[in-house]
Design a binder for this molecule. Sequence first.
Ligand SMILES: Nc1ncnc2c1ncn2[C@@H]1O[C@H](COP(=O)(O)OP(=O)(O)OP(=O)(O)O)[C@@H](O)[C@H]1O
Ligand SMILES: [Mg+2]
Length: 236
Amino acid sequence: MPLLETRDLLVSYGPKQILNGVSLGVDEGKVTTIIGHNGAGKSTLIKGVYGIARVTGGAVVFDGRDITNHAPYDNIKAGVGYLAQGGQVFADLSVEDNLKLGGYALPNDLVPERMEQAYRMFPILDRRRRSDADTLSGGERQMLALGMTLMLKPKLLLMDEPTGALAGPVIEQIMGTIRSLVEEMGVGILLVEQNVDVGVRLADAVHVVEAGKVIFSGDPQELRDPEARRRLLGLA
Ligand SMILES: Nc1ncnc2c1ncn2[C@@H]1O[C@H](COP(=O)(O)OP(=O)(O)OP(=O)(O)O)[C@@H](O)[C@H]1O
Ligand SMILES: [Mg+2]
Protein backbone atom coordinates (compact mmCIF):
# COMPACT_ATOMS: atom_id res chain seq x y z
CA MET A 1 0.00 0.00 0.00
CA PRO A 2 1.46 3.40 -0.93
CA LEU A 3 1.97 5.93 1.86
CA LEU A 4 0.09 8.52 -0.20
CA GLU A 5 -2.30 8.07 -3.06
CA THR A 6 -4.18 10.67 -5.04
CA ARG A 7 -7.10 9.25 -7.01
CA ASP A 8 -8.46 11.25 -9.91
CA LEU A 9 -7.92 14.48 -8.02
CA LEU A 10 -9.91 17.52 -9.13
CA VAL A 11 -9.19 21.03 -7.83
CA SER A 12 -10.61 24.30 -9.09
CA TYR A 13 -10.20 27.90 -8.03
CA GLY A 14 -13.66 29.40 -8.53
CA PRO A 15 -14.84 28.46 -11.99
CA LYS A 16 -11.28 27.73 -13.15
CA GLN A 17 -10.52 23.99 -13.20
CA ILE A 18 -6.82 23.50 -12.35
CA LEU A 19 -6.36 19.78 -11.66
CA ASN A 20 -8.17 17.53 -14.10
CA GLY A 21 -7.88 14.12 -12.49
CA VAL A 22 -4.40 13.45 -11.11
CA SER A 23 -3.65 9.93 -9.86
CA LEU A 24 -0.29 9.08 -8.38
CA GLY A 25 1.35 7.46 -5.38
CA VAL A 26 4.25 7.97 -2.97
CA ASP A 27 5.83 5.01 -1.18
CA GLU A 28 7.50 5.02 2.20
CA GLY A 29 11.22 5.73 1.85
CA LYS A 30 10.85 6.80 -1.80
CA VAL A 31 10.72 10.02 -3.79
CA THR A 32 7.98 10.72 -6.32
CA THR A 33 8.91 13.72 -8.44
CA ILE A 34 6.48 16.01 -10.25
CA ILE A 35 7.85 17.99 -13.16
CA GLY A 36 5.98 20.51 -15.28
CA HIS A 37 5.99 23.99 -16.75
CA ASN A 38 5.01 27.11 -14.80
CA GLY A 39 1.29 27.12 -14.15
CA ALA A 40 0.86 23.40 -14.84
CA GLY A 41 -0.75 22.85 -11.43
CA LYS A 42 2.17 21.40 -9.45
CA SER A 43 1.72 23.59 -6.36
CA THR A 44 -2.05 23.14 -6.59
CA LEU A 45 -1.57 19.38 -6.44
CA ILE A 46 0.49 19.66 -3.27
CA LYS A 47 -1.97 22.13 -1.76
CA GLY A 48 -4.87 19.81 -2.56
CA VAL A 49 -3.13 16.95 -0.74
CA TYR A 50 -2.27 19.13 2.25
CA GLY A 51 -5.74 20.67 2.58
CA ILE A 52 -5.00 24.25 1.53
CA ALA A 53 -6.74 24.00 -1.85
CA ARG A 54 -10.24 22.53 -1.86
CA VAL A 55 -10.58 19.17 -3.59
CA THR A 56 -13.78 19.01 -5.64
CA GLY A 57 -13.49 15.41 -6.84
CA GLY A 58 -11.44 12.27 -6.34
CA ALA A 59 -9.65 11.34 -3.14
CA VAL A 60 -6.47 11.76 -1.11
CA VAL A 61 -5.53 8.65 0.83
CA PHE A 62 -2.69 8.82 3.38
CA ASP A 63 -1.54 5.80 5.36
CA GLY A 64 -4.70 3.93 4.36
CA ARG A 65 -7.04 6.72 5.51
CA ASP A 66 -9.12 9.03 3.36
CA ILE A 67 -7.90 12.55 4.25
CA THR A 68 -9.60 14.40 1.40
CA ASN A 69 -10.20 18.01 2.46
CA HIS A 70 -8.93 17.41 5.97
CA ALA A 71 -7.60 20.60 7.55
CA PRO A 72 -3.82 21.16 7.36
CA TYR A 73 -3.55 21.12 11.15
CA ASP A 74 -5.04 17.62 11.28
CA ASN A 75 -2.81 16.48 8.44
CA ILE A 76 0.27 17.80 10.23
CA LYS A 77 -0.67 15.87 13.35
CA ALA A 78 -1.21 12.74 11.26
CA GLY A 79 2.35 13.01 9.89
CA VAL A 80 2.18 15.14 6.76
CA GLY A 81 4.84 17.86 6.43
CA TYR A 82 4.68 20.71 3.92
CA LEU A 83 7.52 22.82 2.58
CA ALA A 84 5.95 25.73 0.73
CA GLN A 85 7.37 27.11 -2.49
CA GLY A 86 9.86 29.90 -1.77
CA GLY A 87 10.97 28.77 1.69
CA GLN A 88 8.54 30.50 4.04
CA VAL A 89 9.89 31.58 7.41
CA PHE A 90 9.03 34.30 9.93
CA ALA A 91 11.43 37.02 8.80
CA ASP A 92 11.44 39.06 12.03
CA LEU A 93 12.00 36.10 14.34
CA SER A 94 15.31 34.44 15.17
CA VAL A 95 16.34 31.10 13.74
CA GLU A 96 15.69 29.55 17.14
CA ASP A 97 12.17 30.99 17.44
CA ASN A 98 11.33 29.85 13.90
CA LEU A 99 12.30 26.30 14.83
CA LYS A 100 10.25 26.52 18.02
CA LEU A 101 7.25 27.58 15.95
CA GLY A 102 7.85 24.64 13.64
CA GLY A 103 7.46 22.44 16.71
CA TYR A 104 4.31 24.16 18.01
CA ALA A 105 2.30 20.92 18.01
CA LEU A 106 4.95 18.99 19.97
CA PRO A 107 4.87 18.27 23.69
CA ASN A 108 7.19 20.89 25.26
CA ASP A 109 9.77 18.39 26.48
CA LEU A 110 10.45 17.19 22.91
CA VAL A 111 11.18 20.64 21.48
CA PRO A 112 14.85 21.08 22.60
CA GLU A 113 15.81 17.62 21.33
CA ARG A 114 14.21 18.21 17.93
CA MET A 115 15.89 21.61 17.69
CA GLU A 116 19.27 20.00 18.31
CA GLN A 117 18.50 17.52 15.53
CA ALA A 118 17.79 20.42 13.18
CA TYR A 119 21.09 22.07 14.16
CA ARG A 120 22.97 18.82 13.55
CA MET A 121 21.36 18.50 10.14
CA PHE A 122 22.07 22.14 9.25
CA PRO A 123 25.14 23.34 11.20
CA ILE A 124 24.87 26.76 9.57
CA LEU A 125 21.62 27.30 11.50
CA ASP A 126 23.39 26.41 14.73
CA ARG A 127 25.89 29.20 14.12
CA ARG A 128 23.05 31.62 13.40
CA ARG A 129 20.67 30.63 16.24
CA ARG A 130 20.13 34.18 17.41
CA SER A 131 20.03 35.86 13.99
CA ASP A 132 16.75 37.08 12.55
CA ALA A 133 15.64 34.92 9.65
CA ASP A 134 15.67 37.89 7.26
CA THR A 135 19.45 38.13 7.63
CA LEU A 136 19.91 34.60 6.23
CA SER A 137 20.91 33.88 2.63
CA GLY A 138 18.36 32.25 0.33
CA GLY A 139 19.89 28.82 0.86
CA GLU A 140 20.06 29.24 4.64
CA ARG A 141 16.44 30.36 4.69
CA GLN A 142 15.41 27.28 2.72
CA MET A 143 17.26 25.12 5.26
CA LEU A 144 15.44 26.89 8.08
CA ALA A 145 12.08 26.34 6.38
CA LEU A 146 12.94 22.66 5.98
CA GLY A 147 14.20 22.47 9.57
CA MET A 148 10.86 23.90 10.77
CA THR A 149 8.93 21.32 8.77
CA LEU A 150 11.08 18.49 10.13
CA MET A 151 10.50 19.47 13.78
CA LEU A 152 7.34 17.32 13.71
CA LYS A 153 9.08 14.32 12.07
CA PRO A 154 6.66 13.87 9.21
CA LYS A 155 6.14 10.45 7.58
CA LEU A 156 5.25 12.14 4.33
CA LEU A 157 6.91 15.32 3.15
CA LEU A 158 5.37 17.53 0.46
CA MET A 159 8.18 19.66 -0.98
CA ASP A 160 7.38 22.46 -3.40
CA GLU A 161 10.56 23.36 -5.29
CA PRO A 162 13.07 23.07 -2.45
CA THR A 163 15.93 24.12 -4.73
CA GLY A 164 14.01 26.93 -6.47
CA ALA A 165 16.11 30.09 -6.92
CA LEU A 166 19.16 28.37 -5.41
CA ALA A 167 22.42 27.48 -7.15
CA GLY A 168 25.68 25.64 -6.65
CA PRO A 169 26.68 23.68 -3.54
CA VAL A 170 23.54 24.55 -1.61
CA ILE A 171 21.49 22.51 -4.12
CA GLU A 172 23.75 19.51 -3.48
CA GLN A 173 23.33 20.02 0.25
CA ILE A 174 19.55 20.04 0.04
CA MET A 175 19.66 16.96 -2.20
CA GLY A 176 21.83 15.25 0.41
CA THR A 177 19.30 16.10 3.10
CA ILE A 178 16.45 14.67 1.01
CA ARG A 179 18.42 11.46 0.44
CA SER A 180 19.12 11.01 4.13
CA LEU A 181 15.46 11.64 5.05
CA VAL A 182 14.45 8.93 2.63
CA GLU A 183 17.21 6.40 3.23
CA GLU A 184 17.75 6.77 6.97
CA MET A 185 14.33 7.81 8.19
CA GLY A 186 12.06 6.18 5.61
CA VAL A 187 10.20 9.41 4.84
CA GLY A 188 8.09 9.35 1.67
CA ILE A 189 8.52 12.50 -0.41
CA LEU A 190 6.33 14.14 -3.01
CA LEU A 191 8.79 16.49 -4.67
CA VAL A 192 7.92 19.27 -7.10
CA GLU A 193 10.95 20.43 -9.08
CA GLN A 194 11.48 22.97 -11.85
CA ASN A 195 15.06 21.78 -11.94
CA VAL A 196 14.49 18.63 -13.99
CA ASP A 197 17.99 17.37 -13.37
CA VAL A 198 17.61 17.56 -9.58
CA GLY A 199 14.11 16.09 -9.68
CA VAL A 200 15.14 13.18 -11.86
CA ARG A 201 18.32 12.42 -9.92
CA LEU A 202 16.38 12.11 -6.67
CA ALA A 203 13.34 10.32 -8.03
CA ASP A 204 12.16 6.75 -7.69
CA ALA A 205 9.18 7.64 -9.89
CA VAL A 206 8.49 10.65 -12.09
CA HIS A 207 5.27 12.22 -13.30
CA VAL A 208 5.07 15.09 -15.74
CA VAL A 209 2.06 17.36 -15.25
CA GLU A 210 0.73 19.59 -17.99
CA ALA A 211 -2.47 21.66 -17.69
CA GLY A 212 -3.54 19.75 -14.59
CA LYS A 213 -3.08 16.28 -16.08
CA VAL A 214 -0.34 13.68 -15.83
CA ILE A 215 1.04 13.37 -19.37
CA PHE A 216 3.98 11.07 -18.59
CA SER A 217 4.66 8.62 -15.78
CA GLY A 218 7.68 6.44 -15.59
CA ASP A 219 11.05 5.40 -14.45
CA PRO A 220 13.40 8.36 -13.91
CA GLN A 221 16.02 6.41 -15.83
CA GLU A 222 14.09 7.20 -19.02
CA LEU A 223 14.55 10.90 -18.37
CA ARG A 224 18.23 10.96 -17.46
CA ASP A 225 19.29 11.45 -21.06
CA PRO A 226 18.76 15.10 -22.10
CA GLU A 227 17.79 14.10 -25.63
CA ALA A 228 15.06 11.72 -24.38
CA ARG A 229 13.93 14.45 -22.04
CA ARG A 230 13.47 16.90 -24.90
CA ARG A 231 11.69 14.32 -27.02
CA LEU A 232 9.36 13.15 -24.26
CA LEU A 233 8.69 16.36 -22.44
CA GLY A 234 9.69 19.27 -24.58
CA LEU A 235 11.70 20.35 -21.53
CA ALA A 236 15.37 21.22 -21.60
N1 LIG B 1 -5.44 30.91 -5.33
C1 LIG B 1 -5.60 30.89 -6.64
N2 LIG B 1 -6.68 31.44 -7.23
C2 LIG B 1 -6.85 31.42 -8.57
N3 LIG B 1 -6.00 30.83 -9.44
C3 LIG B 1 -4.89 30.27 -8.92
C4 LIG B 1 -4.63 30.26 -7.50
N4 LIG B 1 -3.45 29.63 -7.30
C5 LIG B 1 -3.01 29.26 -8.51
N5 LIG B 1 -3.87 29.63 -9.48
C6 LIG B 1 -3.72 29.35 -10.93
O1 LIG B 1 -3.69 27.95 -11.07
C7 LIG B 1 -2.76 27.57 -12.10
C8 LIG B 1 -1.78 26.56 -11.52
O2 LIG B 1 -1.00 27.21 -10.51
P1 LIG B 1 0.12 26.45 -9.68
O3 LIG B 1 0.59 27.39 -8.66
O4 LIG B 1 -0.41 25.14 -9.25
O5 LIG B 1 1.21 26.21 -10.82
P2 LIG B 1 2.67 25.58 -10.71
O6 LIG B 1 2.71 24.41 -11.63
O7 LIG B 1 3.01 25.35 -9.29
O8 LIG B 1 3.57 26.73 -11.33
P3 LIG B 1 5.04 27.28 -10.89
O9 LIG B 1 6.02 26.37 -11.54
O10 LIG B 1 5.08 28.65 -11.51
O11 LIG B 1 5.12 27.31 -9.41
C9 LIG B 1 -2.14 28.87 -12.60
O12 LIG B 1 -2.82 29.23 -13.77
C10 LIG B 1 -2.40 29.85 -11.48
O13 LIG B 1 -2.53 31.15 -11.98
MG1 LIG C 1 4.36 26.17 -8.01
